[in-house]
Ligand binder design. Structure first.
Ligand code: ZN
Length: 250
């Protein structure tokens, strides 16, 4: 692979030996990549380090190393710092959750340009006045949909029949169940009709439009509960950022 260049969002940063860093990026063109920056800690100290801060949007130049899944990152220039997010503890916690979730549900070298767009767009929205909670729920639904993990809606995901008056969400089948199938599925969760409607809406609409949709507070709470259960069941990862979010929202 020749030298590559891409816009990328920094998901994770680990120290490596004395002066180097291992950076995990979600790139626009190549999906998630991991690479080493040599002498980066010196560079970081010299330039204020914006490009090496988590969820910074950078332009990265990288190339393959022999016998290693790690790339060498030769350039890393800051494009967008999302400064308003960093000056609010709540927004910072949400942004950190977005990148932790993106990291947890993606694998290396599996490009989804839409995931990159969703991540950068959500960080930009977080800089504004919209509710971080709302952006988070939309982010969860969209990223799960883009990666093919989102529950199938519309018909019973077990028997294929039309849904009854009280559909439930099967964590096992990753979709809604009719009244009959719901009774025999131990992983099924009750779900409000408004929640199903909102998820469908999110899947078919752009972010800006979704910021203006009115959502009843009980639907918001139901949505948060359902998505949390779904993510806990399907994503084998304990979210540090969620514990932090709970602590600051308490
Ligand atoms: Zn059924």
């Amino acid at each position: 692979m020749p030298i590559q260049k891409s816009e990328a969002i920094l998901l994770r940063r680990q120290d490596l030996r004395e002066t180097s860093l291992i950076l995990t990026f979600y790139t626009k063109g190549f999906g998630k990549i991991k690479g080493v920056v040599k002498g980066a800690r010196g560079v970081r100290a010299a330039c204020g380090g914006g490009a090496f801060e988590i969820f910074a949007l950078d332009n990265v130049v990288f190339y393959e190393r022999k016998k290693s899944e790690l790339f060498t990152i030769s350039h890393c220039d800051l494009l967008e710092f999302f400064a308003p997010v960093r000056s609010s503890l709540e927004k910072l916690a949400y942004a950190s959750y977005f990148i932790e979730l993106a990291d947890a549900v993606t694998v290396l070298h599996d490009p989804h340009k839409e995931v990159f767009e969703l991540l950068s767009h959500s960080l930009r929205l977080l800089c504004g006045e919209d509710s971080p909670k709302r952006i988070a729920r939309i982010f969860e639904i969209k990223i799960l949909g883009l990666l093919g993990l989102m529950p199938a809606l519309g018909r019973c995901s077990h028997c294929g029949k039309a849904l009854g008056a009280r559909p439930s969400l099967s964590l096992l089948h990753g979709g809604l169940l009719c009244d009959v199938c719901g009774q025999s599925d131990k992983t099924s969760q009750p779900v409000m009709a408004g929640t199903v409607k909102f998820i469908e809406h999110v899947r078919s609409s752009g972010l800006e439009k979704l910021m203006r949709v009115k959502v009843a507070s009980e639907v918001g709470r139901d949505l948060e509960r359902v998505l949390r259960r779904f993510l806990d069941y399907h994503v084998e990862h304990r979210f540090n950022t969620l514990r932090f979010l709970k602590a600051i929202e308490a």
